[in-house]
Design a protein around this ligand. Structure first.
Ligand code: SF4
Length: 490
């Protein structure tokens, strides 16, 4: 499973905004590694300047940051789910509208993309890419049918949101303002941060005063420390927020259809977001630990209580590590690393054949033999998609002397496609559609395989102490219950 994108915007007259955006995007690199782009402006159409390229943020902007000048800008790092992986689909998109230039960065995937695409073309607007983000940009260029608020940009964004319910977290730049908008289901995260400076006022008692010198908007909070920002607030489902040099304003909250709950992607907790990010006010690392604890309660390994010294609980590095720690803590069994990840081997899923994929996996992981030999291993993974990664890992552990290998999975079986921005293999390729957990254990050579239950996962991710919590999660790839009717749309 691969994430769809990361977005990052910044406005300030006191810091180098292009540098800040590049650092922000680097912090969001885990959300997309195919391409990156930054668009900057000084608030006028003729000041727009951009650079985009294929590859990692560091590579794309190595020699190009100096030409990106301005006090306002936004950036994007992409993994393609709609539209091919090519420079033409790199974001942010920039177009000239009747109100001046706009730049748009999008995280998510429009469920209604096909329908909206046709509507845009039927209105006589040409499209140059097959990206749904270009469709959003073009819809925003059309004057709204009704002017409600005397704020035409707000009306344009509202109108787009009324036509498309899911899935988007957007950053839009126009003139001297950034707009942050999150779909009414809140499917992808989005948050606002502020950059403060401490001034020492000379004179009476050398008083120290904190001053806000910039604002950022980001898919996740994890880059905030690197850019000197602190979390101001999460953008709530349906909100349109205007951010300027003087601060931010909530302009509007778009409503979901009646009786519909929010549908925040539960896999942001399981896998996509960085463990040091906060989502819904809670640190992702701790949520993953809670999932591991729940997994331990639901599926302890038979005999683990009797001979604790013979057992090791471990992780498939790295996103499963907090869940493995939680599992070990709950059962009071030692946690130790058994696999060592070679970071320089490419992602296994892009290899064209099964044989090559499996070989890549065995190149990707080394074994810490002293933690494995003559031990019974409980290996915690965050998810099993095709089953091609876990099979060679079990073989590696067996070859290295493991007496038993039990797999515990911190997400329920993935059985259904995602239409909201996550690239999931076809239904036929998903291993959970081919065999039960027990059959899978046999197939991959493990002593047992157990998945956390859907209820267990939902209970583990739900914030515990939030009074204002209005949560609800998308679990469609696990439950086949989609936030909106899919049939006529895709
Ligand atoms: S279908 Fe799965 S991956 Fe897609 S948004 Fe829903 S929970 Fe997330």
């Amino acid at each position: 499973m691969e994430e769809a994108c990361g977005v990052f915007g910044c406005i300030s007259r006191s810091i180098n905004v292009a540098d800040t955006i590049a650092v922000g995007l680097t912090g969001l690199q885990h959300r997309g590694q195919e391409s990156a782009g930054i668009v900057m402006s000084s608030g006028t159409d003729d000041s727009y300047v951009e650079h985009k390229g294929m590859g990692l943020v560091e590579h794309v902007f190595k020699d190009n940051l100096l030409k990106l000048q301005g006090h306002i800008g936004l950036g994007h790092t992409r993994y393609s789910t709609v539209g091919v992986s090519s420079i033409i689909n790199c974001q942010p998109f920039v177009v000239q509208s009747s109100l001046g230039k706009i730049a748009v960065a999008h995280n998510g995937e429009l469920v209604e993309a096909k329908k909206l695409r046709k509507e845009v073309l039927d209105m006589g607007t040409g499209l140059t890419t097959n990206s749904d983000s270009e469709v959003i940009t073009q819809i925003l260029c059309h004057p709204p049918k009704v002017l409600n608020d005397g704020h035409e940009w707000l009306d344009r964004i509202k109108e787009f949101m009324s036509r498309s319910l899911i899935s988007y977290s957007l950053v839009i730049m126009h003139d001297n303002k950034l707009y942050a908008a999150r779909d009414p289901f809140g499917n992808r995260p989005l948050c606002i941060g502020k950059i403060k400076q401490r001034n020492v006022l000379k004179g009476e008692g050398d008083e120290k005063k904190e001053e806000v010198i910039g604002w950022v908007v980001s898919s996740e909070t994890c880059p905030f420390k690197s850019v000197g920002a602190e979390l101001e607030r999460f953008v709530k489902p349906g909100e349109i927020v205007e951010i300027s040099l003087t601060g931010y304003k909530i302009l509007h909250t778009a409503q979901r259809p009646e009786n519909k709950r929010p549908a925040f992607c539960i896999f942001e907790y399981v896998y996509f977001s960085r463990p040091d990010s906060f989502l819904e006010g809670q640190l992702v690392h701790f949520v993953r630990e809670r999932c591991g604890e729940t997994l331990a309660v639901e599926h302890p390994v038979v005999g683990i209580d009797d001979e604790k010294d013979d057992w090791v609980v471990s992780t498939v590095p790295e996103s499963a590590t907090p869940a493995a720690i939680g599992y070990a803590k709950k059962l009071k069994v030692q946690y130790a690393e058994v696999l060592c990840k070679n970071r320089y081997v490419g992602r296994s899923f892009i290899q064209p054949t099964l044989n090559l994929r499996q070989r890549t996996v065995s190149m990707k992981y080394g074994v810490l033999e002293d933690h494995v030999k003559n031990k019974k291993i409980v290996l915690v993974d965050d998810s099993i998609v095709r089953g091609t990664t876990i099979t060679p890992i079990v073989q590696l552990l067996r070859k290295s002397g493991a007496l038993e290998v039990h797999i515990r999975v911190a997400s329920p079986p993935i059985k259904y496609p995602c239409y909201m921005g996550i690239n999931i293999p076809t239904t036929n390729e998903l291993i959970a559609n081919k065999c039960s957990a027990d059959e899978l254990a046999k197939h991959i050579g493990a002593d047992s395989v157990k998945y956390i239950s859907l209820k267990g996962l939902e209970d583990s991710v739900r914030p515990e102490k939030r009074q204002d919590y209005d949560g609800g999660y998308c679990t469609a790839c696990l439950s086949n219950v989609y936030p909106v009717e899919i049939e006529d749309l895709v």
